[in-house]
Ligand binder design. Structure first.
Ligand code: DGL
Length: 418
């Protein structure tokens, strides 16, 4: 049997397939040059031979830095952008060091002197509040050094949670802090990592914008990247390069790196108060509950010992909370349970629609939820931003103040107008 990782030629039924051998047990799996994996029935294979042997990964050294006017810190947290394909499993695993990333994209050093630093090397779905705190601390340290900006490489799955957390935790950042991910690992020719990284770097070294943003592809092609506002953005597709969309907001900027052109849309003057960092308490329990048809009151009771709860409800502010006939008695119990939860903790509504604003005071069910104490009326935060906001507020304010601040626009998380 050929070695896993080798490029092989397989005579299969009446065709010959070439690809990277990913596994041999229990089936043969080949990665074809199209990038797709194919599973082959061993019984139908008449011949298999190696075309090229797998190469052992070489450790690269970072390219020499060029003289630059800007110093940018590159903080690595992991994710696909710091990953490569492991041909023994076919999976993408986090394994690039910061130096590897610099050597993969040596153009980076043309724009700025890069301080590269490893904060964590994890898939972003593994993150906890602890990881937001260590990242925010590292950012504060880099800001103290006087850098022109900070790029954070991050997995895309929860990138918008991190951008929301940093947006709340960091007051008056004096430089741009841009989070960059990629949908294809950096070692693939089709990777979007290079374009996203270089665009973020070009943006930092060219504009005077300050704040927390995300830099990802605008469309499926490589033409433009967008800087998206950290509090009003969401991953909206499982795999496309343009998975991140601004939600209830406009992009901050469009970057055409090839043409070295930037359209800056966000020209608002940022306040120039002192920079500070407020952490999120690592022992907090904040939940997100998705309401739906035919739900049950006792599901909500699960959250009775939590510190706060976001309810993803319907449309402008509804949930199954009214008994309208003999089959809907459970809805009354749901309402009573929500009322009880509101007495113990902040409970806030965010819409499953994602786009648009809540108007809970318009129909009776919404008005009843407001009467019970549910927060979140007239807000247009994504459930993820609302969740992070609640955790941030609970970490830094007494409960009564949390209730007041949740519905108040603090950092651009609630649009002034729809
Ligand atoms: N597990 C994913 C994450 O870290 C990898 C996917 C990605 O980076 O796009 O978010």
């Amino acid at each position: 049997m050929e070695d896993v990782g080798n490029k092989v030629s397989v005579h299969y039924a009446d065709e010959v397939l070439n690809g990277i051998l990913i596994t041999t047990e229990p089936h043969i799996i080949l990665k074809l040059s199209s990038g797709y994996n194919i599973v082959l029935d061993k019984k139908k294979i008449t011949k298999m031979e190696t075309i090229t042997k797998k190469k052992d990964p070489e450790r690269k050294t970072a390219p020499a830095q060029q003289k630059n006017n800007h110093t940018v810190s590159l903080l690595h947290t992991g994710g696909t952008i710091a990953s490569k394909v492991d041909y023994t499993t076919g999976a993408v695993i986090a394994q690039f060091s910061p130096e590897d990333i610099l050597s993969l994209f040596p153009e980076i050093t043309e724009h700025a002197t890069i301080n590269s630093r490893l904060i964590s090397n994890i898939q972003s779905e593994m993150m906890r509040y602890h990881h937001y705190n260590i990242l925010a601390e590292a950012i504060a340290e880099e800001i103290k050094k006087g850098v022109s900006g900070i790029i954070i490489t991050h997995g895309t799955d929860t990138l918008h949670y991190t951008s929301a957390a940093l947006s709340f935790m960091l007051d008056n950042p004096p430089v741009p802090i841009i989070i960059v991910g990629s949908q294809r690992s950096s070692d693939r020719p089709s990777s979007d990592a290079k374009q996203n990284l270089l665009s973020a770097l070009f943006f930092i070294t060219t504009t005077h914008w300050k704040g927390i943003g995300i830099c990802m592809h605008e469309n499926m092609d490589d033409e433009n990247c967008l800087i998206l506002p950290g509090l009003k953005v969401r991953k909206m597709h499982t795999s496309r390069r343009d998975a991140f969309k601004p939600i209830n907001a406009e992009p901050v900027a469009r970057i055409n790196y090839e043409k070295r052109h930037i359209d800056l849309f966000d020209k608002t003057e940022k306040s120039v108060g002192p920079f500070s960092l407020k952490k999120i308490k690592e022992d907090l329990r904040v939940g997100i509950f998705k309401s739906r048809t035919h739900m049950f009151a006792d599901e909500l009771l699960f959250y009775k010992n939590y510190d706060g709860l976001i309810i993803e409800g319907f449309a402008i502010g509804h949930m199954p909370t009214e008994k309208i006939d003999s089959k809907t008695g459970e809805n009354e119990k749901i309402y009573d349970t929500i009322k009880k939860l509101c007495e113990k903790m902040p409970v806030a509504f965010a819409s499953q629609c994602i786009y648009g604003r809540t108007f809970m005071h318009i129909y009776t069910p919404g008005r009843e939820l407001l009467k019970a104490g549910v927060l979140g009326d007239y807000c247009d935060m994504t459930p993820e931003t609302a969740y992070i906001k609640l955790a941030y507020l609970l970490s830094n304010h007494p409960k009564e103040k949390v209730k007041e601040l949740f519905n108040t626009n603090l950092k651009g998380e609630i649009s002034e107008r729809t």
